[in-house]
Write a protein that binds this ligand. Structure first.
Ligand code: RP5
Ligand code: MG
Ligand code: MG
Length: 279
């Protein structure tokens, strides 16, 4: 894969911790670098033992590169190395050891729902881009509360959860604020969006995410799936409302110049290519 960049951001998110700078030619573990001195960091949110986080290494029995009870510790990148009991980031050095903000040692599995429609004019005709002449896709984007960056409304796969459920649940929580709904409203919402999420989506990516929270011992992986509404009629009626870790939500044009969180832009590029849309 490509060299990770956001996984080497100078300051670790949500902290004052400065990563040990890792030059491009020292990212891969195979490059000998005896002087490498990463800083150890695990956020208090993780050390205080919430249910979504693992204990410290040595304080629990863990099976890496395997399905460990309900927790999937396999990587889409193949088998990762485990050194002194700690898993090693398959994309190389990050300048930080420990888990930072991530709960799991090794892969932290997420799912990213990319809900799209065509950008239409008032007459309901697709709008070609002035330069590329290709029709423009729009996707439901959220502004993350943690960093203020626009992102796909994705989230972590709960232990034992089917990815298809994570995709629909995270979209409902972050883009439709289902967490604030009554049980009966949640049921109505579910009925409204279930067709879209049951439709054959296009899986555009499966693997490592270049996420700023990554460390040498913990990293994000995701499955990104595109659910597209060709007429746009049903998704355009959805009452978008930010919830959970989202501060804002809106339809955003799919375009290479729009900056997005982590490696989300590369997922959207694949959506645009698959659907012959502007990028
Ligand atoms: C990214 O973090 C994934 O692509 C996904 O969008 C997100 C999951 O983390 P949270 O939104 O739960 O923080 O790496
Ligand atoms: Mg979430
Ligand atoms: Mg999220």
């Amino acid at each position: 894969g490509v060299l990770h960049v956001k996984s080497r951001c100078p300051q670790y998110p949500g902290s004052q911790v400065k990563r040990c700078p890792v030059p491009d030619d020292k990212v891969e573990w195979s490059q000998n670098w005896p002087e490498y001195s990463p800083v150890s960091h695990t956020d208090p949110a993780v050390t205080k033992k919430p249910k979504w986080a693992d204990p410290e290494i040595g304080k629990f029995s863990v099976k890496f590169n395997a399905l460990d009870g309900e927790v999937d510790r396999t990587s889409f990148e193949g088998n990762y190395r485990v050194e002194n009991g700690k898993p090693l980031n398959p994309r190389g050095r990050t300048g930080v050891t420990g888990r930072g903000l991530l709960g799991r040692w090794g892969p932290n599995h997420a799912a990213d729902p990319i809900v799209t429609r065509w950008k239409m004019d008032k007459k309901g005709a697709k709008m070609p881009h002035a330069v590329s002449k290709r029709p423009i896709l729009q996707f439901v984007s959220i502004k993350r509360k943690d960093c203020g960056e626009w992102a796909i409304p994705g989230g972590m796969v709960d232990p034992g959860e089917q990815i298809s459920l994570t995709l629909q649940r995270e979209f409902s929580e972050e883009a439709l604020n289902s967490l604030a709904m009554s049980a009966s409203d949640k049921t109505k919402l579910h009925a409204r969006i279930t067709n879209l999420f049951k439709s054959p989506g296009i899986e555009v990516y499966k693997g490592y995410v270049d996420d700023p929270r990554n460390t040498d011992n913990a990293w994000m992986e995701t499955v990104a799936v595109n659910f597209h509404d060709e007429s746009g009629d049903s998704v355009s009626e959805l009452p978008l409302q930010a919830g959970d870790d989202a501060g804002q939500v809106q339809w955003v044009d799919v375009d290479s110049s729009f900056p997005l969180y982590a490696s989300h832009s590369s997922f959207l590029e694949r959506v645009a290519k698959e659907r012959s849309a502007h990028w």
